[in-house]
Design a protein around this ligand. Structure first.
Ligand code: AMP
Length: 419
């Protein structure tokens, strides 16, 4: 497989798909530029080689072209500052003007294309009025697929090389994340550094992990994690179940859970997962006690209770101290660790204890040589909040893409390059 390091970009046009979908406030100021900074090593390498850089990204979910509130123009200055080059801006990803700008790019110069999703072709989803009939929808879906290919082909025609550094969209088969790769031979398509790190981290976890391998699944609901849990049950030695899911498992096993969050239609499933764990020799570690509250608020009255005996009017908002100790023991003995989802309502300071205990145990295991990966929105927020992100082996930027990879799915953006 071609790599960024092996390739000399001198005089070459490189189309680099990044994820610059950064949050902006009402005055169009960037509130968090992490995603821009994350792609810098790739962009800088290409510029340093004397390459001609075409940067492409999406932003938000535009419904029309143009959609001024979602213009990437707002990031041009920040990208220029970080890259150390005056980045030009093409006010559309298509059109004669853009083609001219692409053609005139010189060695060491950079051009940012306007939001790719201004074009419905990028995602391959038709934009139809709500009144559209089934027949119109079916026809439009067919048409857009053909148009999407043409769109990808046009984008590909801008450059000699395709680089994908947008792991966050790797689970989408969009024009610029997957289809475009068909127009480059194996020597001329590659992952960017960020994408490579993400792919390596997932591979480390899913292929031949050092053992024991422990996954900590938290968050609110079983229903959003079923596929991940099922796939992990074929991979891990220990599966720690935390967060709101705790109470669905507890109720399924006959526990009284008071007002705790619970998915009554998933009780059967919880028992099946426990059964499957037993069959696969996976040590499923469930909470034994909880920090319970008399309302869903940071200022609620609290006490500790068994997860099987939560009184009416009370709800579990974090794990209790006994559970924290049990989880920490398992984590500290592990050699590979995946953490997805907080153990409690970590947004409330009074219910961060469990997530902190898990985080600290992972820090210790990592210091002792374990490989630890944290991923999926809220766990990343957690490690950032606790100031321990740098103590993890890897904190994924991927969100949905990471979760799909852990579910065992092939990500189109990865397959398009790996073949
Ligand atoms: P997820 O997006 O599925 O990872 O869920 C993260 C959310 O789960 C966070 O917003 C937490 O506040 C929430 N959560 C964790 N534990 C609980 C709990 N015991 N009760 C209610 N919500 C919870």
């Amino acid at each position: 497989m071609q790599t960024l390091d092996k390739f000399n970009f001198k005089g070459k046009k490189a189309f680099v798909r990044v994820d610059f979908n950064v949050p902006v406030d009402e005055n169009q100021n960037i509130t968090d530029d992490t995603r821009i900074r994350a792609a810098m090593p790739t962009l800088k390498k290409i510029i340093a080689d004397g390459g001609r850089l075409i940067i492409a990204s999406h932003m938000g979910r535009p419904k029309k072209n143009p959609d001024p509130k979602l213009s990437l123009k707002v990031i041009v200055n920040r990208v220029s500052e970080l890259l150390g080059v005056d980045v030009k801006f093409a006010s559309g990803a298509m059109g004669e003007e853009t083609e001219k700008m692409v053609a005139e790019l010189q060695d060491g110069e950079a051009l940012l294309l306007e939001n790719l999703r201004f074009y419905a072709e990028e995602q391959g989803k038709p934009r139809l009025p709500e009144t559209a009939t089934d027949e119109e929808i079916a026809t439009a879906k067919q048409e857009i697929k053909a148009a999407q290919k043409e769109f990808a082909k046009k984008l590909a025609s801008y450059s000699d090389v395709y680089v994908n550094d947008a792991f966050g969209t790797a689970h989408r088969a969009h024009a610029s994340t997957a289809l475009i790769a068909d127009y480059f031979d194996a020597e001329h398509k590659m992952f960017g550094y960020l994408m490579n790190k993400e792919v390596d981290a997932v591979d480390k976890l899913m292929d031949n992990p050092a053992r024991p391998f422990t996954a900590i699944m938290g968050g609110s609901k079983v229903s959003t994690k079923i596929e991940i849990i099922e796939n992990l049950l074929t991979k891990v030695d220990n599966l720690i179940i935390a967060g709101g899911m705790t109470y669905t498992f507890s109720k399924a096993q006959g526990g009284k859970i008071g007002n705790s969050i619970c998915e009554d239609d998933k009780l059967e499933l919880a028992l099946e997962l426990l059964e499957k764990a037993k069959k696969n020799n996976v040590n499923m570690v469930l909470a034994v006690d909880a920090k319970i509250a008399d309302s869903f608020s940071n200022d609620a009255n609290t006490k500790f209770a068994s997860v099987r005996e939560i009184p009416e009017g009370w709800e579990g908002l974090d794990i209790g101290p006994k559970t924290a100790e049990i989880f920490a023991e398992v984590i500290k003995d592990s050699k590979t660790i995946l953490w997805n989802g907080p153990t409690g309502v970590f947004e409330f300071e009074n219910f961060t204890h469990g997530s902190r205990a898990v985080g600290e145990a992972i820090v210790e295991a990592t210091k002792n040589g374990a490989f630890s990966l944290v991923g999926g929105g809220d766990s990343v927020a957690c490690v950032n909040k606790f100031g321990i992100a740098d103590d993890m082996s890897y904190v994924s930027t991927g969100g949905g893409a990471l979760l799909e990879a852990i579910e065992g799915r092939v990500l189109p953006g990865i397959a398009a390059i790996k073949g």
